[in-house]
Write a protein that binds this ligand. Structure first.
Ligand SMILES: Nc1ncnc2c1ncn2[C@@H]1O[C@H](COP(=O)(O)OP(=O)(O)OP(=O)(O)O)[C@@H](O)[C@H]1O
Ligand SMILES: [Mg+2]
Length: 372
């Protein structure tokens, strides 16, 4: 199919705003999705992900701004003419149709038109039927569904049904895929498996994709770039690596990564932040502040030096196999550390931990913005 695509389109949003009455679901969103890129929109419930996707699809009207697909402004283009295919969380398949019929339904409607058209164009109709058949078979092969084409949806597992829904979108050969939490109906194991299948598919087809999820792990593993939204406002749009290493603000810092980043407010004195007696050198931008938000990822703690030592007390330990999550108390604050399973962490005992200054994040306690 990659070969038959005439072209793959990028998507761009410029100053896109959507209001429902006095609710601003999406506010002044600007986002560039390159041709063939897999972009993820992520954020907590109600942050505007679905609305942003529906705006790209043309299912909602913009309050302000501009959306282009393949360089063409589509603000006034109806959904069916935008050359997109959408996969939703609730991907209703037709229960009375088998897999082949479900996958080919849209194509048959579009290409075979009406009974009377087929009667008056028998040759062309036959040619198109063949094309549909070959496209559906090819897609079914790609998705591992070839042996299931005669089955009804109720005779399929959740994962297989999900693949049929995807197949139905793929056979349309869109320029852009829009996916809204397409894996959220699946159990955890199947979700992980479908995630890698989707990525393999994306590598094969190379179709520009905008994928919505509230799951930051899914976002991190799938996205070429990830847009983090909060309250309808874009917080940061970057590669997984940059989001993790250089979060633009405290929200992104704690949203990306599990367990979430520790964030402690600390007094600043003489160029250092004081965290329970330990001194962490602050960047220049924080020297004039009275206090700063110190961000330390649980996995940044080390059981040995070098670095700055903290002496928290072990509260609760959660073993996870190769690693464990250790919940600690440091003065008045709670801390979380991810450590290797073989590090001794007796509950109730003091546990010296070290951090490298370069692993520490600093945020403005007022605005939440990162200080570098
Ligand atoms: N048709 C509508 N009328 C009024 N308000 C709406 C409408 N659709 C969405 N909203 C509001 O807009 C905001 C964003 O909704 P949206 O569905 O885009 O969130 P989301 O990020 O997809 O959330 P979730 O993760 O729960 O699916 C919410 O506050 C929601 O209540
Ligand atoms: Mg949603």
């Amino acid at each position: 199919m990659a070969g038959t695509l005439n072209f793959v389109a990028g998507v761009s949003l410029r100053g896109v705003t959507k209001r429902f009455g006095d609710v601003t679901a999406v506010e002044n969103l600007s986002l560039e999705v390159n041709e063939g890129e897999f972009a993820v929109l992520v954020g907590p419930s109600g942050c505007g992900k679905t609305t942003a996707l529906r705006l790209i699809a043309g299912l909602e009207e913009l309050t302000a701004g501009e959306i282009t697909i393949g360089g063409r402004v589509v603000n006034d283009v109806p959904p069916k003419d935008r050359d997109i295919a959408m996969v939703f969380q609730s991907y209703a398949l037709y229960p009375h149709m088998n897999v082949f019929e479900n996958m080919s339904f849209g194509l048959r409607i579009r290409l075979l038109r009406s009974f009377w058209w087929r009667m008056s164009h028998p040759k062309e109709a036959a040619k198109r039927r063949e094309r549909i058949e070959s496209l559906v078979r090819k897609t079914a092969r790609l998705l591992g569904l070839e042996d299931l084409l005669r089955r009804r949806p109720r005779q399929l597992s959740g994962g297989e049904r999900q693949r049929v829904a995807l197949g139905r979108a793929i056979v349309r050969e869109p320029q852009v895929f829009l996916m809204d939490e397409p894996l959220s109906n699946l159990d955890a194991k199947l979700r992980v498996q479908m995630r890698s299948e989707l990525m393999r598919l994306h590598r094969q087809l190379g179709i520009t994709t905008v994928y919505v999820t509230h799951d930051q792990v899914e976002a991190m593993t799938m996205g070429d770039r990830i847009a983090v939204l909060k309250g309808g406002v874009l917080q940061q749009y970057a590669t997984p690596d940059v989001l993790y290493r250089q979060p633009a603000n405290a929200f992104v810092g704690s949203f990306i990564g599990t367990p979430p980043m520790n964030q402690l407010e600390a007094e600043v004195r003489d160029g250092v932040a004081l965290v329970a007696g330990a001194e962490l050198p602050v960047p220049d931008g924080a020297r004039s502040l009275a206090s700063v938000l110190v961000g330390i990822r649980p996995e940044a703690f080390r059981p040995q030096g070098p670095g700055v030592q903290l002496k928290p007390k072990v509260d609760v330990v959660e073993p996870l196999g190769a690693t464990k999550t250790v919940y600690l108390r440091l003065g008045e604050s709670d801390l979380t550390a991810s450590l290797r399973a073989d590090v001794p962490t007796p509950e109730g005992a003091e546990l010296p931990l070290w951090i490298l200054p370069e692993d520490v994040h600093f945020f403005d306690p007022g605005t939440g913005d990162a200080i570098r």
